[in-house]
Design a protein around this ligand. Structure first.
Ligand code: DAH
Length: 336
C-alpha cells in the first residue's frame, strides 16, 4: 500500500494527539479533529485503501485512540470552563437563588383590611389630603381659636393658613363640602403632630376617619357600626363599650373600648388586666359642624369616629415600639 508506506504512522499519531491535546477551545478541537480524523484526512484516505488485515488493525487502532483523545479533550475543556467561571466568582454548579419577593408594609396591610371592611359595609373610601387649611382642621370642626392643639408647638404650620393635618377629621369637612348627603365615607391616612419620637409617640402616624351623614342617624347606629367593624377586624366574639368623652366636633362624644382579643376579656398584660382595650374617639356630629358646611342639622344627622391604625398593628402583633414602623428595618418588616 503506497499511502500506508508513504506515511510515518507513529509520527502521525504523535502529532495528532499533541494537536488535539493543545486545543484551547471547542472550535480548535473541531479543527484538529477534521484535520487528523475527518473524511479528507490522510488517515481516512489510507483507511479507505486498506486491503490487508495488518494495515487495517494498525490504522483502526490509531483512529480509535485519536477519537478517544478528542472526547477526552472535550471533557477537559468543559471542566476548564467551569473552573474559570468559578475563579471569576461564578460557580455554575450552584442551584439558582430564588428571587426575593417584596411585601406590603404591615400598616398598609391593615389599612387595606380596614378599607375592605368598610367597602363591604357600603362606605366610600377617601384618600384625604395631608395638607389642610387651618379652617378645615380646626375652625370648621368647632375647635376654638385658643385651643392648645393649634399652637405652633403642637402643629406643623406651612404658613399662617396651611398646616400638615393633625387628624383625619378635616376629611369630614371636605366630604360634606363636596358631596350631598347621604354620605358614608372612611378616610385612612397619615397625620402629623410635633411630638418627640419615643416608643408610643411619633410625629406622624395613621388614623382612619369615618363619617356617616343621613336622616335620623342616632348613637345606636354608631355603636352598631363600630361593633361590626371590630368584629370583622378582631373576631366575631368581640363586644364594645362607650365611655363619655369630649371632642369639639361631636356632641355627645364618646370613647370606644373593645373586649381584649388576646385574652378574650379574661385579663392580660395587653389590656392591663381590665379585659378592655381603648380604640379611640367618636360621637354624634355636632349641629354646629353641619352649620359650618351649610347643612341643615334639622334635616341631617351623623356620626363620626377616628381611630389609630398603628395601635391595631401593635396590639395584634405585640409590637412594643411605634418607631419600628418607620425605621424600615427589613428584619422587622419581613415578619409580616
Ligand atoms: N380626631 C380625633 C383625634 O385625633 C379623633 C376623633 C374623635 C375623630 C371623635 C372623630 C370623632 O371623628 O368623632 O383625637
Amino acid at each position: 500500500m503506497d499511502s500506508l508506506a508513504a506515511v510515518d504512522w507513529t509520527a502521525y499519531e504523535t502529532q495528532a494527539t499533541a494537536a488535539i491535546g493543545a486545543a484551547l477551545a471547542d472550535s480548535e478541537l473541531e479543527d484538529a479533529r477534521v484535520h487528523w480524523l475527518g473524511r479528507k484526512s490522510e488517515l481516512a484516505l489510507a483507511l479507505r485503501g486498506v486491503r490487508d488485515k495488518e494495515s487495517g488493525m494498525l490504522l483502526n487502532g490509531i483512529r480509535g485512540r485519536l477519537e478517544e483523545a478528542v472526547q477526552h479533550r472535550e471533557q477537559e475543556l468543559r471542566r476548564l470552563a467551569y473552573q474559570h467561571a468559578a475563579e471569576r466568582g461564578v460557580d455554575v454548579t450552584i442551584p439558582g437563588t430564588p428571587v426575593k419577593r417584596g411585601r406590603l408594609h404591615l400598616l398598609t396591610q391593615i389599612r387595606r383590611e380596614i378599607e375592605d371592611i368598610f367597602l363591604g359595609l357600603g362606605y366610600e373610601v377617601w384618600d384625604g389630603a395631608e395638607v389642610s387649611t387651618v379652617w378645615e382642621n380646626f375652625d370648621a370642626l368647632n375647635t376654638d381659636a385658643g385651643h392648645p392643639s393649634r399652637s405652633t408647638l403642637d402643629t406643623f404650620y406651612l404658613d399662617d393658613d396651611t398646616i400638615l393635618r393633625t387628624q383625619t377629621s378635616p376629611d369630614q369637612i371636605r366630604a360634606m363640602m363636596t358631596r350631598k348627603p347621604p354620605i358614608y365615607m372612611v378616610s385612612p391616612g397619615r397625620v402629623y403632630r410635633r411630638d418627640t419620637p419615643d416608643a408610643t409617640h411619633s410625629p406622624t402616624f395613621q388614623q382612619v376617619e369615618c363619617l356617616a351623614v343621613d336622616r335620623g342617624i342616632t348613637l345606636a347606629d354608631l355603636r352598631g357600626t363600630v361593633l361590626q367593624y371590630f368584629r370583622l377586624l378582631f373576631g366575631p366574639e368581640r363586644e364594645v363599650r362607650m365611655r363619655t368623652s369630649y371632642f369639639p366636633f361631636t356632641e355627645p362624644s364618646v370613647e370606644f373600648d373593645v373586649t381584649c382579643f388576646l385574652c378574650d376579656g379574661a385579663g392580660c398584660a395587653v389590656c392591663k388586666h381590665s379585659g378592655w382595650i381603648e380604640m379611640g374617639g367618636a360621637g354624634w356630629v355636632d349641629p354646629d359642624v353641619f352649620r359650618n358646611v351649610d347643612l341643615d342639622p334639622e334635616e341631617w344627622q351623623g356620626f363620626a369616629f377616628g381611630f389609630g391604625i398603628e395601635r391595631i398593628a401593635m396590639l395584634r402583633h405585640g409590637l412594643p415600639d411605634l418607631r419600628a414602623f418607620w425605621e424600615n428595618d427589613i428584619r422587622v418588616l419581613e415578619q409580616f
